[in-house]
Design a protein around this ligand. Structure first.
Ligand code: NAD
Length: 339
């Protein structure tokens, strides 16, 4: 904990937001959680996550859509957050092919409203979710934050790249310290029902076939949720002092940009989809029926994170192996769905 001002977490009822809030609340932080509770996937799952958060007395929930400029502005004014972690977004690559405006509303207009709120409330640090998808079909592995990432293959990826550019502008013009974290395929308990691990688990248990894209030869740098949360917490805390010192320094127009940082956060050892399915079969004790399909439009064949900048900044790199993470996910799934 750093001060009496709260942390504002957007997307608090979402997969990553829920885990982050739970960790911060356990550590004693005051949290204002915002979410629109949109119907992109099962709202009951979001409600169940919120029920857990609402057991903490120092958690306050605000049912607000980031695209609602007036309500976001009023919330920033009343909450006066010290740190903002922006996780609310319309997620999903494939969904963006058929629902482009959801991405414009939440990820572009909504993000702009967050930036404006941070500027007006003089927030000490904005941490926001970017994505590995911004690297597009790059074959230069591992993906480094020092390489260019200017060829997003989906509107989702483009909206995340746009967030980084917008954040840069606010860091520069308005001296707002920002850190973008490029998440690589996050998984774990309370995970998202639109993601492969969840879809496969449900189908295998139901005895239904699973669609395996790119014939299972896709590689993903899966990242366990606890590693994402640890990275977020370390990043959130890290620059607080430095940012305050920086704020009180005399402004120099030539170098007036606030700290602007981008880090990858990924497991660091990509896993082939076929191998993930084998691990899942082991954990479930049941074989999958595979329906092999080509690579889908907007999808990339492989992702792999270079996390050296994260490690340099925080001393932390993700460490939970996929074998353990998949088992923990399956344990949660079986208990939650009584399956
Ligand atoms: P999620 O969909 O579970 O959580 C996002 C939450 O934001 C949802 O509860 C949703 O209701 C809320 N939301 C959406 N639009 C909103 C709006 N306009 N106003 C207020 N709330 C809104 O997704 P997640 O997996 O927890 O992802 C969190 C963030 O991380 C997102 O920005 C996502 O793009 C990014 N990300 C996730 C992954 C991953 O593998 N899970 C990978 C890369 C990036």
């Amino acid at each position: 904990m750093t001060s009496n001002r709260p942390v504002l977490v957007t997307g608090a009822a979402g997969f990553i937001g829920f885990h982050l809030c739970r960790r911060l609340l356990s550590d004693g932080w005051q949290i204002v959680g915002l979410d629109s509770m949109n119907g992109y996937y099962d709202v009951n799952l979001k409600r169940a996550r919120l029920d857990q958060l609402e057991e903490f007395p120092h958690f306050r929930f605000e049912h607000v859509d980031l695209a609602d400029r007036d309500r976001v502005s009023a919330l920033f004014a009343s909450a006066d957050p010290e740190i903002v972690v922006n996780l609310a977004a319309q997620a999903g690559v494939r969904h963006s092919l058929t629902n482009p405006y959801a991405y414009g509303d939440s990820n572009l207009s909504g993000f702009l409203n967050v930036l404006e709120g941070c500027r007006r409330a003089r927030v000490d640090h904005l941490v926001y979710a970017s994505s590995s998808s911004i690297y597009g079909g790059s074959t230069r592995m591992p993906f480094s934050v020092h390489d260019s990432a200017d060829h997003p293959l989906s509107l989702y990826a483009a909206s995340k790249k746009a967030n980084e550019l917008m954040a840069h502008t606010y860091s520069h013009l308005f001296r707002l310290p920002t850190t973008g974290l490029r998440f690589f395929t996050v998984y774990g308990p309370w995970g998202r029902p639109d993601m492969a691990l969840f879809i496969f688990t449900r189908a295998i248990l139901a005895g239904e076939p699973i669609d395996v894209f790119n014939h299972g030869n896709m590689q993903r740098d899966f990242t366990y949720i606890d590693d994402i949360v640890e990275g977020l917490v370390r990043i959130m805390r890290l620059p607080a002092t430095a940012n305050k010192e920086w704020r009180s320094a005399a402004p120099d127009p030539a170098t007036s940009s606030a700290p602007f940082r981008i880090h990858n956060i990924g497991g660091g050892s990509p896993v082939e989809l076929n191998h993930l399915i084998e691990l899942l079969e082991d954990a479930l004790g049941k074989k999958a029926t595979r329906n092999c399909m080509p690579l889908q439009p907007g999808d990339v064949p492989a992702t792999c994170a270079d996390v050296s900048s994260l490690e340099q900044a925080t001393g932390f790199r993700p460490r939970i192996p996929i074998e353990i993470g998949v088992r923990r996910f399956v344990e949660w799934y079986r208990e939650y769905y009584r399956a």
